[in-house]
Design a protein around this ligand. Structure first.
Ligand SMILES: *Cc1c(COP(=O)(O)O)cnc(C)c1O
Length: 370
Protein backbone atom coordinates (compact mmCIF):
# COMPACT_ATOMS: atom_id res chain seq x y z
CA UNK A 1 0.00 0.00 0.00
CA UNK A 2 1.46 3.33 -1.07
CA UNK A 3 1.72 6.10 1.54
CA UNK A 4 1.87 9.69 0.38
CA UNK A 5 4.22 12.12 2.11
CA UNK A 6 1.23 14.11 3.38
CA UNK A 7 -0.32 11.13 5.09
CA UNK A 8 2.93 10.22 6.83
CA UNK A 9 3.21 13.79 8.16
CA UNK A 10 -0.24 13.39 9.67
CA UNK A 11 0.91 10.26 11.51
CA UNK A 12 3.99 11.83 13.10
CA UNK A 13 3.72 13.40 16.58
CA UNK A 14 2.89 17.09 15.89
CA UNK A 15 5.87 18.60 17.77
CA UNK A 16 8.30 16.61 15.61
CA UNK A 17 7.36 18.51 12.45
CA UNK A 18 9.36 21.49 13.76
CA UNK A 19 12.58 19.51 14.20
CA UNK A 20 15.62 20.05 11.99
CA UNK A 21 18.50 17.58 11.92
CA UNK A 22 21.74 18.35 13.76
CA UNK A 23 24.26 19.91 11.38
CA UNK A 24 27.61 18.26 11.89
CA UNK A 25 30.95 19.51 10.62
CA UNK A 26 31.64 18.44 7.05
CA UNK A 27 33.56 15.13 6.95
CA UNK A 28 36.84 15.10 5.02
CA UNK A 29 35.54 12.18 2.95
CA UNK A 30 32.58 14.27 1.80
CA UNK A 31 34.80 17.13 0.64
CA UNK A 32 36.94 14.61 -1.24
CA UNK A 33 33.81 13.24 -2.94
CA UNK A 34 32.41 16.66 -3.82
CA UNK A 35 35.47 18.66 -4.82
CA UNK A 36 38.01 15.92 -5.38
CA UNK A 37 40.25 17.50 -2.72
CA UNK A 38 42.33 14.82 -1.10
CA UNK A 39 44.76 16.97 0.91
CA UNK A 40 42.08 18.95 2.72
CA UNK A 41 42.23 19.61 6.45
CA UNK A 42 39.35 19.66 8.91
CA UNK A 43 39.22 22.20 11.73
CA UNK A 44 35.44 22.11 12.10
CA UNK A 45 34.42 19.69 14.85
CA UNK A 46 36.86 20.45 17.68
CA UNK A 47 38.53 17.07 17.26
CA UNK A 48 42.00 16.18 18.53
CA UNK A 49 44.66 17.12 15.93
CA UNK A 50 47.05 14.44 17.25
CA UNK A 51 44.68 11.63 16.32
CA UNK A 52 43.63 8.92 18.77
CA UNK A 53 45.74 8.00 21.80
CA UNK A 54 48.23 5.28 20.71
CA UNK A 55 47.42 3.26 23.84
CA UNK A 56 43.73 3.40 22.97
CA UNK A 57 44.49 2.21 19.44
CA UNK A 58 46.47 -0.76 20.73
CA UNK A 59 43.70 -1.69 23.15
CA UNK A 60 41.08 -1.46 20.41
CA UNK A 61 43.16 -3.67 18.16
CA UNK A 62 43.51 -6.26 20.92
CA UNK A 63 39.73 -6.24 21.34
CA UNK A 64 38.90 -6.88 17.68
CA UNK A 65 38.96 -10.67 17.96
CA UNK A 66 36.12 -10.53 20.51
CA UNK A 67 33.71 -8.63 18.30
CA UNK A 68 31.38 -11.60 17.95
CA UNK A 69 30.55 -11.19 21.67
CA UNK A 70 28.18 -8.60 23.05
CA UNK A 71 29.91 -5.99 25.18
CA UNK A 72 29.49 -5.86 28.96
CA UNK A 73 26.27 -3.88 29.17
CA UNK A 74 27.34 -2.40 32.52
CA UNK A 75 30.91 -1.66 31.37
CA UNK A 76 32.23 -2.95 34.68
CA UNK A 77 35.93 -2.28 34.10
CA UNK A 78 35.54 1.12 32.48
CA UNK A 79 33.30 2.23 35.32
CA UNK A 80 35.71 0.85 37.92
CA UNK A 81 38.56 2.78 36.37
CA UNK A 82 36.58 5.99 36.05
CA UNK A 83 35.42 5.64 39.63
CA UNK A 84 39.03 5.32 40.80
CA UNK A 85 40.21 8.11 38.51
CA UNK A 86 37.54 10.50 39.81
CA UNK A 87 37.29 9.31 43.40
CA UNK A 88 33.53 8.69 43.23
CA UNK A 89 31.25 5.69 43.58
CA UNK A 90 30.47 3.51 40.56
CA UNK A 91 26.77 4.22 41.19
CA UNK A 92 27.45 7.91 40.58
CA UNK A 93 28.57 7.20 37.00
CA UNK A 94 26.73 6.72 33.74
CA UNK A 95 28.24 5.95 30.33
CA UNK A 96 26.88 6.91 26.96
CA UNK A 97 27.38 6.54 23.24
CA UNK A 98 29.02 9.95 23.41
CA UNK A 99 27.94 12.39 26.09
CA UNK A 100 25.18 13.35 23.64
CA UNK A 101 23.40 10.15 24.59
CA UNK A 102 23.47 11.04 28.28
CA UNK A 103 21.94 14.43 27.46
CA UNK A 104 19.23 12.59 25.57
CA UNK A 105 18.58 10.28 28.54
CA UNK A 106 18.38 13.24 30.93
CA UNK A 107 15.90 15.07 28.74
CA UNK A 108 13.78 11.96 28.20
CA UNK A 109 13.77 11.09 31.90
CA UNK A 110 12.90 14.55 33.18
CA UNK A 111 11.08 16.61 30.55
CA UNK A 112 7.40 16.02 29.76
CA UNK A 113 5.65 17.84 26.89
CA UNK A 114 5.24 21.50 27.86
CA UNK A 115 8.00 21.41 30.49
CA UNK A 116 10.82 23.91 30.18
CA UNK A 117 14.52 23.48 29.70
CA UNK A 118 16.50 26.61 30.46
CA UNK A 119 19.83 27.17 28.75
CA UNK A 120 21.46 30.00 26.87
CA UNK A 121 21.51 31.43 23.38
CA UNK A 122 24.57 30.61 21.25
CA UNK A 123 25.27 27.26 22.85
CA UNK A 124 25.49 23.61 21.82
CA UNK A 125 22.73 22.91 19.27
CA UNK A 126 21.87 19.53 20.75
CA UNK A 127 20.32 21.15 23.84
CA UNK A 128 17.48 22.76 21.90
CA UNK A 129 17.12 19.83 19.56
CA UNK A 130 16.75 17.20 22.28
CA UNK A 131 14.32 19.40 24.22
CA UNK A 132 12.08 19.90 21.20
CA UNK A 133 12.26 16.17 20.42
CA UNK A 134 10.31 15.43 23.60
CA UNK A 135 7.88 18.34 23.20
CA UNK A 136 9.70 20.50 25.75
CA UNK A 137 10.03 24.28 25.61
CA UNK A 138 13.60 25.51 25.20
CA UNK A 139 14.39 28.85 26.86
CA UNK A 140 17.58 30.43 25.51
CA UNK A 141 18.79 33.18 27.84
CA UNK A 142 20.78 35.84 25.94
CA UNK A 143 24.53 36.03 26.48
CA UNK A 144 26.05 39.03 28.16
CA UNK A 145 29.15 40.35 26.42
CA UNK A 146 29.51 36.90 24.78
CA UNK A 147 29.52 35.16 28.20
CA UNK A 148 26.91 32.97 29.84
CA UNK A 149 24.84 35.22 32.09
CA UNK A 150 24.29 32.91 35.06
CA UNK A 151 22.21 35.34 37.16
CA UNK A 152 19.84 35.73 34.17
CA UNK A 153 19.74 31.94 33.69
CA UNK A 154 18.76 31.48 37.35
CA UNK A 155 16.09 34.19 36.94
CA UNK A 156 14.65 32.40 33.90
CA UNK A 157 13.81 29.29 35.95
CA UNK A 158 10.05 28.88 36.52
CA UNK A 159 7.94 26.20 38.24
CA UNK A 160 7.78 24.41 34.86
CA UNK A 161 11.57 24.21 34.53
CA UNK A 162 12.91 20.67 34.85
CA UNK A 163 16.43 21.08 33.56
CA UNK A 164 19.09 23.75 33.23
CA UNK A 165 21.80 23.01 30.67
CA UNK A 166 25.11 24.88 30.92
CA UNK A 167 28.25 24.41 28.87
CA UNK A 168 31.59 25.46 30.39
CA UNK A 169 33.69 26.35 28.38
CA UNK A 170 30.83 27.19 26.06
CA UNK A 171 30.63 25.91 22.50
CA UNK A 172 30.85 27.98 20.26
CA UNK A 173 32.09 31.07 22.18
CA UNK A 174 34.87 29.33 24.13
CA UNK A 175 34.07 31.55 27.11
CA UNK A 176 33.97 30.37 30.72
CA UNK A 177 32.22 31.31 33.92
CA UNK A 178 34.05 31.54 37.23
CA UNK A 179 33.81 29.56 40.44
CA UNK A 180 32.14 32.54 42.15
CA UNK A 181 29.50 32.88 39.40
CA UNK A 182 28.86 29.14 39.50
CA UNK A 183 28.47 28.98 43.29
CA UNK A 184 26.08 31.93 43.29
CA UNK A 185 24.11 30.20 40.55
CA UNK A 186 23.88 26.90 42.44
CA UNK A 187 22.63 28.77 45.50
CA UNK A 188 19.96 30.56 43.44
CA UNK A 189 18.49 27.59 41.55
CA UNK A 190 15.62 25.70 43.26
CA UNK A 191 16.68 22.31 44.62
CA UNK A 192 14.05 20.55 42.46
CA UNK A 193 15.65 21.62 39.16
CA UNK A 194 18.33 19.37 37.70
CA UNK A 195 21.42 21.29 36.62
CA UNK A 196 23.57 19.76 33.89
CA UNK A 197 27.11 21.02 33.55
CA UNK A 198 28.52 19.96 30.20
CA UNK A 199 32.31 19.92 30.52
CA UNK A 200 33.15 18.64 27.02
CA UNK A 201 36.06 21.12 26.79
CA UNK A 202 37.07 21.49 30.44
CA UNK A 203 40.47 19.80 29.95
CA UNK A 204 41.60 22.66 27.73
CA UNK A 205 40.81 25.37 30.30
CA UNK A 206 43.87 26.67 32.14
CA UNK A 207 42.27 29.59 33.98
CA UNK A 208 42.36 28.65 37.69
CA UNK A 209 39.06 30.48 38.24
CA UNK A 210 37.17 27.90 36.15
CA UNK A 211 35.12 25.60 38.42
CA UNK A 212 35.26 21.79 38.03
CA UNK A 213 31.91 20.11 38.39
CA UNK A 214 33.45 17.17 40.25
CA UNK A 215 34.01 19.34 43.32
CA UNK A 216 30.28 20.05 43.55
CA UNK A 217 29.05 16.48 43.22
CA UNK A 218 26.76 15.43 46.08
CA UNK A 219 24.11 12.75 46.53
CA UNK A 220 21.61 15.37 47.70
CA UNK A 221 22.20 17.84 44.86
CA UNK A 222 20.57 17.51 41.44
CA UNK A 223 23.75 18.20 39.50
CA UNK A 224 24.96 16.03 36.61
CA UNK A 225 28.36 16.69 35.07
CA UNK A 226 29.06 15.48 31.52
CA UNK A 227 32.50 14.59 30.17
CA UNK A 228 33.57 13.07 26.89
CA UNK A 229 36.36 11.08 25.27
CA UNK A 230 35.63 12.87 21.97
CA UNK A 231 37.77 15.97 22.39
CA UNK A 232 40.91 15.95 24.56
CA UNK A 233 41.11 12.13 24.47
CA UNK A 234 40.96 11.98 20.67
CA UNK A 235 38.20 9.36 20.35
CA UNK A 236 35.30 11.21 18.68
CA UNK A 237 34.76 8.40 16.18
CA UNK A 238 34.46 5.79 18.93
CA UNK A 239 31.46 7.46 20.63
CA UNK A 240 31.98 7.32 24.36
CA UNK A 241 31.18 9.82 27.05
CA UNK A 242 30.25 9.73 30.71
CA UNK A 243 28.37 11.62 33.34
CA UNK A 244 28.36 11.74 37.11
CA UNK A 245 25.65 12.76 39.46
CA UNK A 246 23.42 11.51 42.29
CA UNK A 247 23.05 7.73 42.06
CA UNK A 248 19.28 7.78 42.51
CA UNK A 249 18.83 9.92 39.38
CA UNK A 250 21.40 7.95 37.37
CA UNK A 251 19.59 4.74 38.28
CA UNK A 252 16.58 6.01 36.31
CA UNK A 253 18.76 6.95 33.33
CA UNK A 254 20.20 3.45 33.42
CA UNK A 255 16.73 1.95 33.15
CA UNK A 256 16.03 4.13 30.12
CA UNK A 257 19.21 3.52 28.17
CA UNK A 258 19.51 0.79 25.58
CA UNK A 259 21.59 -2.23 26.57
CA UNK A 260 25.12 -2.29 25.08
CA UNK A 261 25.04 1.46 24.37
CA UNK A 262 28.84 1.61 24.75
CA UNK A 263 30.34 -0.96 22.43
CA UNK A 264 33.29 -3.26 23.06
CA UNK A 265 35.84 -1.18 21.19
CA UNK A 266 34.67 1.96 22.93
CA UNK A 267 34.99 0.38 26.38
CA UNK A 268 38.49 -0.92 25.65
CA UNK A 269 39.63 2.29 23.95
CA UNK A 270 38.31 4.56 26.68
CA UNK A 271 39.99 2.52 29.44
CA UNK A 272 43.34 2.76 27.69
CA UNK A 273 42.88 6.45 26.89
CA UNK A 274 42.28 7.22 30.56
CA UNK A 275 45.69 5.73 31.37
CA UNK A 276 47.46 7.50 28.53
CA UNK A 277 48.47 10.51 30.59
CA UNK A 278 51.33 11.31 28.24
CA UNK A 279 48.98 11.64 25.27
CA UNK A 280 46.63 13.91 27.21
CA UNK A 281 49.54 16.13 28.25
CA UNK A 282 50.84 16.36 24.69
CA UNK A 283 47.34 17.24 23.50
CA UNK A 284 46.84 19.99 26.05
CA UNK A 285 50.26 21.44 25.37
CA UNK A 286 49.71 21.44 21.60
CA UNK A 287 46.23 22.93 21.85
CA UNK A 288 47.17 25.68 24.29
CA UNK A 289 50.19 26.73 22.24
CA UNK A 290 48.16 26.60 19.02
CA UNK A 291 45.37 28.58 20.65
CA UNK A 292 47.79 31.33 21.72
CA UNK A 293 49.35 31.40 18.27
CA UNK A 294 46.05 31.60 16.39
CA UNK A 295 44.58 34.21 18.74
CA UNK A 296 47.69 36.37 18.33
CA UNK A 297 47.75 36.06 14.53
CA UNK A 298 44.00 36.61 14.10
CA UNK A 299 44.16 39.72 16.28
CA UNK A 300 47.11 40.95 14.24
CA UNK A 301 44.94 40.58 11.12
CA UNK A 302 42.45 42.94 12.76
CA UNK A 303 39.80 40.24 13.28
CA UNK A 304 37.56 40.27 16.35
CA UNK A 305 37.93 37.07 18.34
CA UNK A 306 36.33 35.94 21.57
CA UNK A 307 38.81 35.06 24.38
CA UNK A 308 38.65 31.27 24.55
CA UNK A 309 39.42 28.55 27.09
CA UNK A 310 38.46 25.74 24.69
CA UNK A 311 40.21 24.17 21.70
CA UNK A 312 38.40 26.43 19.22
CA UNK A 313 38.05 30.11 18.42
CA UNK A 314 34.97 32.12 17.42
CA UNK A 315 35.90 34.78 14.88
CA UNK A 316 33.73 37.68 13.77
CA UNK A 317 34.48 38.33 10.13
CA UNK A 318 31.92 41.03 9.36
CA UNK A 319 30.43 39.23 6.37
CA UNK A 320 28.31 36.11 5.94
CA UNK A 321 30.15 33.23 7.54
CA UNK A 322 28.58 30.87 5.02
CA UNK A 323 30.44 32.63 2.16
CA UNK A 324 33.75 32.42 3.95
CA UNK A 325 33.07 28.78 4.82
CA UNK A 326 32.41 27.94 1.15
CA UNK A 327 35.48 29.83 -0.05
CA UNK A 328 37.63 28.11 2.59
CA UNK A 329 36.33 24.72 1.41
CA UNK A 330 37.69 25.48 -2.05
CA UNK A 331 41.05 26.10 -0.36
CA UNK A 332 40.76 22.66 1.21
CA UNK A 333 40.15 23.96 4.75
CA UNK A 334 36.97 22.84 6.51
CA UNK A 335 35.84 25.24 9.23
CA UNK A 336 32.38 25.95 10.58
CA UNK A 337 29.94 28.66 9.56
CA UNK A 338 27.95 29.83 12.55
CA UNK A 339 24.47 30.88 11.42
CA UNK A 340 22.92 27.80 13.00
CA UNK A 341 24.34 29.15 16.29
CA UNK A 342 22.80 32.59 15.53
CA UNK A 343 26.15 34.14 14.66
CA UNK A 344 25.67 34.73 10.91
CA UNK A 345 28.81 36.86 10.57
CA UNK A 346 31.11 34.46 12.43
CA UNK A 347 33.15 31.36 11.77
CA UNK A 348 34.54 28.85 14.26
CA UNK A 349 37.85 27.12 13.82
CA UNK A 350 39.48 24.58 16.09
CA UNK A 351 43.17 24.44 16.88
CA UNK A 352 45.02 22.01 14.63
CA UNK A 353 48.61 20.89 14.21
CA UNK A 354 51.04 23.82 13.76
CA UNK A 355 51.12 23.30 9.98
CA UNK A 356 47.31 23.13 9.86
CA UNK A 357 47.05 26.38 11.81
CA UNK A 358 49.42 28.02 9.31
CA UNK A 359 47.46 26.68 6.38
CA UNK A 360 44.20 27.94 7.87
CA UNK A 361 45.65 31.44 8.34
CA UNK A 362 47.03 31.52 4.82
CA UNK A 363 43.69 30.46 3.31
CA UNK A 364 41.76 32.89 5.49
CA UNK A 365 43.99 35.80 4.46
CA UNK A 366 43.44 34.89 0.82
CA UNK A 367 39.67 34.49 1.20
CA UNK A 368 39.24 37.73 3.16
CA UNK A 369 41.71 39.65 0.97
CA UNK A 370 43.88 40.60 3.96
C1 LIG B 1 31.57 17.83 21.33
C2 LIG B 1 30.61 18.18 22.40
C3 LIG B 1 30.09 17.20 23.24
C4 LIG B 1 30.55 15.78 23.17
O1 LIG B 1 29.80 15.04 22.37
P1 LIG B 1 30.04 13.46 22.29
O2 LIG B 1 28.66 12.97 22.07
O3 LIG B 1 30.62 13.01 23.60
O4 LIG B 1 30.97 13.27 21.15
C5 LIG B 1 29.24 17.56 24.25
N1 LIG B 1 28.91 18.84 24.45
C6 LIG B 1 29.41 19.82 23.68
C7 LIG B 1 29.09 21.21 23.98
C8 LIG B 1 30.26 19.51 22.63
O5 LIG B 1 30.72 20.49 21.85
Amino acid sequence: MAQTAASITSLIQPHLSQLTPYQAGKPLEELARELGLTDAIKLASNENPLGPSPKALAAIQAELASLHRYPDSHAYYLKEELSRHLGIKVQQLILGNGSDEILDLLVRALVSPGDEVVSTAHTFLMYGLLTRAVGGVFRAVPLRDMHLDLPAVAQAVTPRTKLVLLNNPNNPTGTVFSRAEWEAFLAAVPATVTVVLDEAYIEFADDPEVPRGLEYLAEDRLLVVLRTFSKAYGLAGLRVGYGYGPSELLDFLNRLRLPFNVNRLAQAGARAALEDVDFLERTLDLVRRGRDFLCRELTRLGLAIVPTQANFILIRIGRPGQEVYQAMLREGVIIRAMESYDFPDCIRVNVGLPEENERFLKALKKVLGL
